[in-house]
Design a protein around this ligand. Structure first.
Ligand SMILES: C[S@@+](CC[C@H](N)C(=O)[O-])C[C@H]1O[C@@H](n2cnc3c(N)ncnc32)[C@H](O)[C@@H]1O
Ligand SMILES: [Zn+2]
Length: 357
C-alpha cells in the first residue's frame, strides 16, 4: 500500500493511501474537527503528562506535543505497523515522545497520566477501568465512542452490557446517550475513589466525545453520585419526567426508567475559554459549536417537537413558536443545544403537548 502526505493543523504526517478502514494503519480525515477541538481542550487545560493511548498514525499525540505544548507525550498502539508509523511521523516533525506498542490497558496499568485520550474503534468500554486506575487527581480524560447505535438507543441491551444501563430511543436519545457514557466513566472512576466532572460533551456525525476533569477522594465520589437520578419515559405518549415513575402520568401506561448522571454536561467557563482559544486559532466551526454548548439549560432532556407531534398525531409546529408560547406562560424555555427541532423547558410535558396542539 502506498503512502501519502497529510497536513493537519501545524503538523505533517504520512498515512497509508485508501479509505480509513482499509488502511493498514487507521487515519480518518473527517475527525480533523474533533482533533482540532481536542488540541485546544488540552492546550487550555494544560496537562503535563499526556497519553494518546490508541494512537494509530500518531496524529493526535503529535498535535498535542506540537500545538498544545504538552511537555511529555506518550503515544501507543497495539498494532506494530502503527507504532512504527508513529516513530516515523514523530521524526518527520522533529518531535520527541514515548512511543509504545502495547495493549492500552497494559500501558495504563503501568503508568500514571495527567491526560488520557481514548479514541478507539467503536466502544471505549473495555478501556475505562484501566484509564480510571491510571488518571491522576486533577487530570483530564477525553473519550470518543463511535458505537452510537448502542448508547443512542438502537441496541439497548448492548448499552447495558457496555455502559451499565439500557439506552432508550426517545427523541432526546442522543443527550441521554452522552449521559450514559458520562455515567459509565463516573462509575469506573468511583471504583478507584476518583470521580469525573464533565467539561465538554457533544456528538457529531458518527461519534460522541466527552471530556471531564478528575478529582480524587471518597467525599468527592459520593457528592458526584448525588447528581445521578432517574428519567422515566413513556413510549406510548412520549411523556417523560425526572424521577422514578412506574406508570406514565399522562396516559397511565407503563414506563421505562433509566438511572443516569443528571448534572451539567458542559462547564460554561471551560467551554468559553475553549471557544475563545478555538477562535484565536481559526477553528471557527469548532468555536461556534462549543459556544453553543454554553447555552445548555439545566434540564436533563429536551422535547423534540417532531417526536411528540408524531406520538400524538398532530402537525409539527415551528420550534420558535413553541418557545415563544411557553415563555409567555412563564416557563423558562430555550432551543436545545443538541437539536434544532427540540426545546428545553421548565414546563411539564402536558404543557408542551398543549402548545404543540
Ligand atoms: C480509531 S483508531 C485511533 C485513531 C487516532 N486516535 C486518530 O485520531 O487518528 C483506534 C486504534 O486503536 C488501536 N487499538 C485497538 N485495540 C487496541 C488496544 N487494546 N490497545 C492499543 N491499541 C489498540 C488500533 O490499532 C487503532 O490504530
Ligand atoms: Zn404515556
Amino acid at each position: 500500500m502506498g503512502m501519502e502526505n497529510i497536513k493537519e493543523g501545524d503538523v505533517e504526517i504520512e498515512v497509508h493511501e485508501g479509505r480509513s478502514y482499509d488502511k493498514e494503519v487507521f487515519y480518518n480525515p473527517k475527525m480533523e474537527f474533533d482533533r482540532n477541538l481536542s488540541v485546544v481542550v488540552v492546550s487550555v487545560f494544560g496537562p503535563r503528562k499526556v497519553c494518546d493511548a490508541l494512537s494509530a498514525s500518531g496524529i493526535r499525540g503529535i498535535r498535542y506535543k506540537k500545538e498544545a505544548d504538552a511537555s511529555e507525550v506518550w503515544l501507543n498502539d497495539a498494532n506494530l505497523k502503527a507504532s512504527r508509523l508513529i516513530h516515523d511521523n514523530m521524526r518527520k516533525n522533529s518531535l520527541c515522545g514515548e512511543i509504545r506498542n502495547k495493549d492500552a490497558a497494559v500501558l495504563l496499568r503501568e503508568e500514571d497520566f495527567d491526560f488520557i485520550d481514548l479514541d478507539p474503534f467503536g466502544s471505549p468500554a473495555e478501556f475505562l477501568d484501566s484509564a480510571a486506575g491510571s488518571i491522576r487527581s486533577g487530570g483530564l480524560i477525553g473519550v470518543t465512542a463511535t458505537d452510537t447505535s448502542s448508547f443512542f438507543g438502537t441496541y439497548p441491551r448492548v448499552s447495558r452490557r457496555r455502559y451499565g444501563r439500557k439506552s432508550m430511543k426517545t427523541g432526546y436519545n442522543k443527550e441521554l446517550g452522552l449521559r450514559i457514557l458520562v455515567s459509565a466513566v463516573i462509575e469506573s472512576l468511583g471504583r478507584y475513589k476518583k470521580t469525573f466532572y464533565p467539561k465538554i460533551c457533544y456528538f457529531r456525525e458518527h461519534y460522541a466525545r466527552i471530556f471531564g476533569k478528575v478529582a480524587k477522594g471518597g467525599k468527592e465520589v459520593q457528592e458526584n453520585f448525588r447528581n445521578f437520578g432517574y428519567i422515566s419515559h413513556c413510549f406510548s405518549c412520549g411523556w417523560r419526567d425526572s424521577g422514578f415513575y412506574k406508570n406514565c402520568k399522562y396516559c397511565g401506561n407503563q414506563t421505562e426508567v433509566v438511572n443516569v448522571y443528571m448534572g451539567k454536561l458542559n462547564n460554561q467557563n471551560f467551554c468559553r475559554a475553549v471557544a475563545e482559544e478555538c477562535g484565536k486559532r481559526g477553528f471557527d466551526e469548532e468555536s461556534e459549536m462549543v459556544n453553543n454548548l454554553t447555552e445548555d439549560m439545566e434540564v436533563p432532556y429536551h422535547h423534540d417537537i417532531h417526536y411528540i407531534a408524531k406520538k400524538h398525531t398532530i402537525p409539527v409546529k415551528k420550534t420558535e413558536s413553541i418557545i415563544e408560547r411557553l415563555c409567555e406562560c412563564g416557563y423558562k424555555t430555550k432551543k436545545s443545544v443538541y437539536s434544532p427541532t427540540a426545546v428545553k423547558t421548565e414546563a411539564p410535558f402536558d404543557k408542551v403537548v398543549e402548545m404543540i396542539k
